[in-house]
Design a protein around this ligand. Structure first.
Ligand code: SAM
Length: 401
């Protein structure tokens, strides 16, 4: 007998035994599924999709998706409708599952993912195509121990991802998902935050002990943690799921932490529920301030305070060399945290477009701060200290309902 054929025979026996074992394990976990075998599908062999000539065992999960047993790898393949796929939190999927394929079309001829593509790039390729069904396959080595748990986790989350419609803004969404580690590990001690924005913002806050506070745009949770340590009851929101995880990592269950887009109604917060809203360096990612200011006003108690910091309009106008001060416009910046390169977009607007939505929503402005850097900033970065002592970078406003 041909030795190769004998090898293949042994391998096929082995994968059928493995599929049966997994099928029993899934039954034990009370996951509804069926054990079948497929052939004449397209599978990726040596980097190329080819017609699969031998039947392979497949476990079909009732809540969507198939676990297939190739000779070399086990894969989990699941389908998304085009719109669902475009709404997926691709950042967290790509970071949790290393070996992944994203494709569409009959015979899998449209490959939407090359290693190192970022979510924006993948979405762009899908948008350019006319595919209505986008397939995602996760590949695992046969010896991957928690394979079934990872597949079940993905299948369970799929439903939540499909229903994800609460984030409507794309402005810097991917950027902040990529920046979450950096925020968690580095930003606490960055001079622009630690020795410039934060001391100035904190100087405007009323006493917060036993007060109900919203941290709107909490990022990795520095302010959330600070408020908790002062004895406040905190709700923290951010549209980035990766940032939400970082805030959870920092403060655990001590705060109410919710993924939410500030462009949408904050209907999980009751009318006049809060004493204070803080929004640090976040509102410049929002184009239209009237709805968000109206929401802030709705959820604040009478005489409650709103304190927020944003880019100073003078700074954006000069640094980005704009020619129309009165325009509200989307600008693109490039940040290089560590060895990453990240494109961050935000809105620049004139001072009157910062003030008038506030007044229109019913706020009174109590203080307006153009901070100067602290002595500690000077020690950490004398060159930028000199610059910030002459040119305002941020603007901080305290308003009362
Ligand atoms: C510069 S960071 C905030 C820094 C943070 N306050 C601190 O001091 O560490 C801006 C944050 O705003 C969030 N963000 C941007 N646009 C948002 C939106 N539309 N809704 C909610 N959060 C948003 C980003 O995900 C990011 O975490």
């Amino acid at each position: 007998m041909d030795l190769n054929l004998k090898n293949i025979h042994q391998k096929i026996n082995k994968i059928y035994l493995r599929a049966e074992k997994d099928y029993q394990a899934l039954n034990k976990k009370q996951i509804s599924c069926q054990l079948e075998s497929y052939k004449n599908n397209y599978v990726k062999i040596n980097g190329q999709y080819q017609l699969q000539k031998y039947p392979i065992p497949v476990i079909s999960l009732q809540n969507g998706g198939d676990i297939g047993y190739n000779l070399d790898k086990i894969f989990f393949e699941t389908a998304f409708k085009r719109d669902e796929f475009l709404n997926l939190e691709l950042v967290s999927i790509l970071s949790q599952y290393e070996d992944i394929e994203i494709y569409g079309g009959r015979d899998c001829h449209k490959d939407f993912y090359q290693k190192d593509d970022n979510p924006a790039k993948i979405r762009e390729k899908v948008k350019e195509s006319t595919e209505n069904t986008i397939m995602v396959s996760l590949y695992f080595d046969y010896n991957k121990e928690d394979l079934l748990d990872r597949v079940i986790n993905f299948a369970n989350k799929k439903e939540a991802w499909q229903n994800k419609s609460n984030v409507t803004s794309e402005i810097s969404y991917d950027a902040y998902n990529h920046l979450s580690d950096h925020y968690f590990n580095e930003v606490d001690t960055k001079p622009y935050n630690a020795y410039y924005e934060r001391p100035a913002t904190l100087s405007l806050l009323p006493p917060v002990k036993n007060k109900k506070v919203l941290d709107a745009g909490c990022a990795a949770g520095w302010y959330t943690d600070w408020f908790l340590r002062q004895g406040a009851e905190v709700t923290a929101i951010d549209f980035s799921p990766a940032m939400i995880k970082m805030t959870e990592k920092r403060v655990g269950t001590r705060a109410r932490i919710i993924q939410a887009d500030l462009n949408q109604p904050l209907d999980f917060i009751k009318d006049q529920e809060l004493d204070l809203i803080i929004s640090s360096l976040t509102l410049h990612y929002i184009k239209d301030w009237e709805p968000v200011m109206a929401e802030f006003n709705r959820i604040l108690k009478k005489s409650g305070s709103l304190v927020f910091s944003v880019h100073h309009p003078f700074m954006d106008f000069t640094v980005f060399d704009r020619d129309n001060y009165f325009a509200t416009e989307l600008l693109t910046d490039h940040w290089q945290p560590g060895n990453k390169k990240i494109e961050v977009q935000f809105y620049r607007r004139p001072l009157n477009q910062i003030i008038s939505p506030l007044l229109k929503a019913g706020f009174q402005i109590e203080e307006l701060l153009e901070p100067v850097p602290t002595e500690k900033f000077k020690e950490a970065d004398p060159v930028d200290y000199d610059k910030l002592s002459k040119k305002p970078w941020f603007l901080i406003i305290k308003a009362r309902k």
